[in-house]
Ligand binder design. Structure first.
Ligand SMILES: C[S@@+](CC[C@H](N)C(=O)[O-])C[C@H]1O[C@@H](n2cnc3c(N)ncnc32)[C@H](O)[C@@H]1O
Length: 510
């Protein structure tokens, strides 16, 4: 199969991918195995072989007697294994020649990923050279705190004696930088029965070349074998740039830009970043204190109302927004009342789709979902509120993540669940008739169908893939319920018709 993309180079983006052909939404653009995958620099201890968190105790590898690994029966069979033969031999030699202690590796687990890259230079030369071509922004990092932090890794790796044939004094700094600028977050394997997992970082040499845009046209998923699959989230025409969103689309422009500047060393100038209204969502805007209906957004040193044109001091508005942000940081985000109170109060200050309000609303929808699932008799009020929240979130998601989008798929699924539950409750309580019940079920079916269309590209055993299987089962059940209601209505009509048939002659006589 010929590649769906080609690599181009520009002064602004460096290397980047463009579509080599027209690509439809949902089509696979590329799949990529990790060049390296491993724990973060600030991680807690994980098994060096399978990356399961080592919570209370660990064993060391029988062969090298250095690498901390899973205790008991060892690593689960189905998980990828990362403690390679060459690494094991390397540790074993160090143990014998320099007395390398397992505790040294335990204390330096944050440097493991860098060490694994260094070991690749001898065992996977071609890929290693490709890795060393990746963007590093080394000059922007030099003498910053991140540089100083990486010096600890450099010192540790030097102490293992693997850099003796390397002349480049910045060798480890380059590797740390290439990992920081190019890696993808990867969910580590979940601890059986507990479910928690460590967040890992993976470098994918093909996928790393995708440029960023806050309105991306791709959807990236990493499966349980750590293979990254990139699909088009919207149609991409031949010659168009393939964009991946490096940052969180649910954050406002200032936060997204800070994240990109600090972690990826560039200033984003995409359509969303250049538009103070954030493509009409007003996700960083406040309510105009003057007209109370318009939204104010920053323009130069002032904040200006889009509706009445009033102007406000930047510091005054930013202080108000900062207070809303600090308040959200301290409230109990598992408490329905606290979240409702926050939404109520902050709605008097912020635009309705401000990212802080959206975060609170998303959390509130989650708290209501848990309560509805937990309670034997959830109230209609709870269900209506959850439906309202999902309906408020969806149009914003449609604007900031057009096409296939994971959060949108989950929100649509949640919306459908509660619509079905509420409709059933109303119908059983004779508060709506069969026809209104049918309408609600059919509307819920549309949302569920849209959700499934997006979830179908998620890897089978990821949480989203599991949601997809559940959604498919529910789709069948919902179809059956709809047919049941239709049949019920038809037989009622027949009964009604046969009753009127019986009545009619009499009526006619009259
Ligand atoms: C993950 S790398 C992408 C591959 C890189 N262009 C290369 O040649 O190796 C991320 C880097 O690409 C550049 N980049 C990506 N998207 C960009 C954008 N929208 N604007 C400016 N620079 C961008 C930045 O230098 C950023 O740090």
């Amino acid at each position: 199969m010929s590649e769906k993309y080609e690599v181009q180079v520009s002064e602004k983006l460096g290397r980047y991918l463009v579509a080599a052909t027209d690509i439809k939404a949902g089509e696979t653009i590329l799949s990529d195995k990790p060049f390296v995958l491993g724990p973060n620099s600030d991680t807690s201890l994980v098994c060096f072989n399978c990356y399961l968190p080592l919570i209370s105790k660990f064993f060391v590898c029988k062969y090298c007697a250095v690498a901390p690994i899973c205790p008991g029966d060892g690593c689960p069979e189905q998980l990828s294994k990362w403690h390679s033969q060459s690494e094991c031999d390397f540790f074993r030699t160090l143990k014998l020649t320099k007395g390398l202690n397992p505790m040294t590796m335990v204390q330096n687990v944050g440097s493991l990923l860098v060490l694994r890259v260094v070991l690749k230079k001898d065992f996977d030369k071609a890929a290693f050279e490709e890795f060393m071509q990746l963007e590093t922004h080394l000059d922007m990092r030099r003498n910053t705190c991140v540089w100083k932090f990486c010096e600890n890794t450099a010192k540790f790796i030097r102490s293992l004696g693997v850099l003796e044939d390397i002349d480049d004094a910045d060798f480890i700094q380059k590797i740390c930088a290439a990992i920081d600028v190019n890696s993808f977050e990867v969910r580590g394997p979940p601890v059986p029965a507990i479910g928690c997992s460590e967040l890992l970082r993976g470098v994918y040499l093909k996928a790393a070349l995708m440029a960023h845009d806050c309105l991306s046209n791709t959807h990236v998923a990493i499966n349980d074998k750590n293979i990254l699959v990139c699909h088009a989230s919207t149609e991409i025409r031949k010659g168009e740039t393939i964009y991946y969103n490096y940052t969180d689309p649910l954050k406002g422009t200032k936060l997204r830009q800070q994240h990109l500047e600090v972690g990826k060393y560039f200033r984003c100038a995409c359509k969303r970043c250049q538009d103070v209204s954030e493509i009409g969502t007003y996700m960083s805007s406040a309510l105009c204190p003057g007209c109370k209906t318009g939204y104010i957004s920053p323009s130069c040193e002032m904040w200006t109302c889009h509706s009445c044109n009033s102007k406000y001091e930047r510091s005054e508005i930013e202080h108000k927004i900062q207070c809303c942000s600090e308040k959200l940081a301290i409230i109990n985000k598992k408490d329905e009342k606290e979240l409702e109170e926050y939404v109520k109060n902050v709605s008097l200050v912020l635009a309705p789709n401000h990212y802080l309000l959206l975060e609170a609303k998303q959390r509130l929808a989650g708290v209501l979902r848990d309560a509805i699932n937990r309670e034997p008799r959830p109230t209609k009020k709870m269900m209506r509120r959850k439906i309202e929240l999902c309906k408020e979130l969806l149009p914003v998601l449609e604007k900031i993540s057009p096409g296939i989008c994971r959060i949108k798929a989950i929100t649509l699924y949640e919306l459908h669940c509660t619509m079905v539950q509420l409709a059933k409750k109303l119908f059983d309580g004779r508060e709506i008739n069969g026809s209104a019940y049918l309408d609600e079920l059919q509307n819920a079916e549309k949302h569920l169908k849209k959700s499934i269309e997006m979830l179908l590209i998620e890897p089978g055993n990821s949480p989203e893939g599991e949601l997809c299987s559940k959604a498919l089962e529910e789709y069948r059940a919902l179809k059956a319920a709809i047919t049941g209601v239709l049949l019920g209505m038809q037989s009622e009509e027949k009964t009604y018709a046969s009753q009127t048939d019986k009545i009619s002659p009499t009526s006619n006589v009259n």
